[in-house]
Design a protein around this ligand. Structure first.
Ligand SMILES: Nc1ncnc2c1ncn2[C@@H]1O[C@H](COP(=O)(O)OP(=O)(O)OP(=O)(O)O)[C@@H](O)[C@H]1O
Length: 272
């Protein structure tokens, strides 16, 4: 379980990116984080694994206070938090397989990581994951030969091979076309359900969030202003989060139901 207690981040510039955020995410629950540009979504995700150092407050993963860890202990705990990035963050000149296996670098010793010789069980797991995401025949391709959707699938495999308890997902579909975006969201949600993984997905596309998760958290100016099921995201609520706009075009409509049926919410997606 992830618990944030009054998590606060003020950047040296004075930007108050997070203001005393309290949040609990049970094991296995998938949450979409929405909010306007600058609301603090990326900061929140990065304060959890301390790519950004929080100014005060605490982030607990089960019984571990992540904000108090030494660098060595933090490295160990980061294995439990897989991260998926908007721009994939793959090493372009390495193969798909090598990129996936790089997710194990936090586990193998210095010499193995230096020579990139991974245990056979890691290689076997990498093949299993690539098969699961439909990229088995791409294992030996270089990352720079892949499409955006294929790259994100590699990014997902790299995060999952860490065997994390929590996925931190930062705008996974922002660089993808609408159809590929749906496929990637569906894959993330399915894989989390299969593995009982909790996830926080920072996402700009409200309709996409509504389609795939059971709990949405709205941030505005570093504060949680909404926490509830996707159906509660009315035009009034969206105005509160984002400001005045014609929200009827954004809110999920009945004709989207076909897509929802094609992607039933797994039980693990969990309610608020
Ligand atoms: N490295 C930084 N130094 C100073 N201020 C920053 C830094 N990163 C973010 N900020 C500020 O913190 C606030 C929150 O930014 P953050 O990137 O977390 O928002 P966001 O909701 O993820 O936005 P977007 O959707 O545009 O990515 C903004 O005011 C931003 O300008």
């Amino acid at each position: 379980m992830l618990r944030l207690e009054k998590l606060t981040k003020t950047y040296p510039t004075g930007d108050m990116a997070l203001q005393a955020v309290d949040l609990e995410i049970p094991a296995g629950q998938i949450v979409a984080l929405i909010g306007p540009s600058g609301a603090g979504k990326s900061t929140l995700i990065r304060c959890i694994n301390r790519l950004v150092e929080p100014s005060s407050g605490a982030a607990w993963l089960d019984d571990v206070n992540l904000t108090r860890l030494s660098q060595a202990a933090l490295r160990r705990q980061r294995r439990r938090m897989g991260m998926i990035f908007q721009e994939y963050a793959l090493v372009e000149r390495l193969t798909v397989m090598e990129n996936v296996l790089s997710g194990r670098l936090g586990y193998v010793g210095f010499w193995r990581s230096f020579t990139r010789r991974f245990p056979q069980k890691d290689v076997d797991e990498a093949y299993r994951l690539l098969d699961r995401v439909g990229l088995l025949d791409m294992a030996d391709k270089r990352a720079d030969e892949l499409s955006g959707g294929q790259r994100q699938r590699v990014g997902i495999c790299r995060a999952l091979i860490q065997d994390p308890a929590l996925l931190l997902v930062d705008e996974p579909t922002a660089s993808l076309d609408p159809k590929t975006s749906r496929q990637i969201m569906r894959l993330i949600v399915e894989l989390c359900a299969e593995r009982g993984l909790a996830a926080i997905i920072n996402i700009h596309d409200v309709a996409l969030a509504q389609m795939f998760v059971n709990r949405v958290i709205g941030l505005q100016k570093g504060r949680v202003v909404f926490d509830g099921p996707p159906d509660a995201l009315t035009a009034e609520v969206l105005t509160q989060i984002y400001g005045e706009e014609d929200w009827e075009a954004t809110i999920r409509k009945p004709e989207d139901e076909d897509e929802a049926e094609a992607a039933p919410l797994p039980a693990g997606a969990g309610g608020a």
